[in-house]
Write a protein that binds this ligand. Structure first.
Ligand SMILES: [Zn+2]
Length: 310
């Protein structure tokens, strides 16, 4: 099955659901970052969670989910938008822990205790930041906590990543069901009951169930209709041009110093592990541009996206 997401709502708009299969996107992220299984599961859950929050947005708006914990993973970050483009990374991609007593990848142990932070850039002057303490570090519960604490929206959140012994991602995806203000009180109780008996997301996806079927599985007798669907892609927004702008912003003295020390200037994108290498002639070209006044014009995001690793 191709990766895709859906957004569906009930006729009275009091319950809305987002669901996605993200297997290929998470597998691509794993290969790009070279993550070990526990880190793969954490990365896949954060990417999927951000992707699901993203599809509730309008075009041009973005969401960032940042997990900061005291566990060996050292944190995770994912960004997404309204069209299902996700990108992200974990601080320590090689983290792999023994399975939990229930035979699961120990994402909570890898994450540890800390906070989950969500930044919504809705195109307003100031982005919205919300932050909650981690409940378990398993990410789905933490996102549910964020939605109720920061937005007062009771939500069922399920995220899952199944990693094969070969370390390949076999299944990944998730769903978020939200009870909006004005809903019948019994709806929350009903959905809580449904969440208890909902099969694991990865079992549903491994059986070939679609996002539509996953939504039906959690909603039970509540009827919803799909209002939007689209592809999920692991896609970064970095480019050689954006990296050049970052390098220009460093100034010629620093560029020359790095060049003298390392023989070249190399930048690796945090979000996708793409490597950009600039040789001596490239750097001289950039310095020339700098002095011709073709300076910094890129989006503010660039600096965060591609910090030079000197
Ligand atoms: Zn990138």
């Amino acid at each position: 099955m191709e990766d895709y997401w859906i957004r569906s709502v009930t006729d009275d708009s009091t319950v809305r659901a987002m669901a996605a299969v993200t297997t290929s996107a998470v597998e691509l992220a794993r290969r790009r970052h070279g993550t070990a299984p526990t880190a793969t599961a954490a990365l896949g859950r954060v990417l999927t969670g951000a992707g699901l929050l993203g599809v509730a947005l309008k075009r041009g708006q973005t969401v960032m989910v940042r997990i900061q914990g005291d566990g060996p993973l050292g944190g995770a970050l994912a960004m997404s938008d309204a069209v299902g483009s996700v990108r992200g990374y974990v601080a320590n991609p090689l983290v792999h822990l023994p399975l939990t007593a229930r035979g699961k990848l120990d994402v909570g142990g890898a994450v540890g205790r800390g906070t989950l932070q969500v930044t919504l850039d809705l195109g307003l002057r100031v982005p919205y930041h919300g932050s909650v303490p981690l409940v378990s570090g398993e990410i789905a519960e933490d996102l549910a906590s964020y939605l109720i604490v920061s937005h007062q929206i009771p939500s069922v959140v399920a995220l899952g990543v199944l990693v094969a012994p070969s370390e390949r991602v076999m299944a990944a995806g998730g769903l978020i069901v939200q009870v909006m203000p004005g809903a019948d009180e019994r709806v929350v109780a009903y959905l809580e009951e449904r969440a208890q008996v909902l099969p694991a997301v990865t079992s549903m996806i491994s059986r070939g169930q679609t996002p539509e079927e996953m939504v039906d599985a959690v909603l039970g007798t509540i009827v919803s209709r799909v209002v939007e669907r689209g592809p999920v892609r692991f896609r970064c927004r970095c480019s050689r041009r954006k990296v050049q702008q970052v390098l220009i912003s460093l100034g010629d003295a620093e560029l020359r110093e790095i060049l003298a020390e390392q023989g070249q200037v190399e930048v690796t994108c945090n979000f996708c592990s793409a490597r950009y290498v600039f040789g001596g002639a490239d750097v001289e070209g950039l310095i020339l541009q700098m002095h011709n006044g073709h300076g910094i014009e890129s989006e503010s995001e660039t600096a965060e996206q591609v910090p030079p690793q000197a």
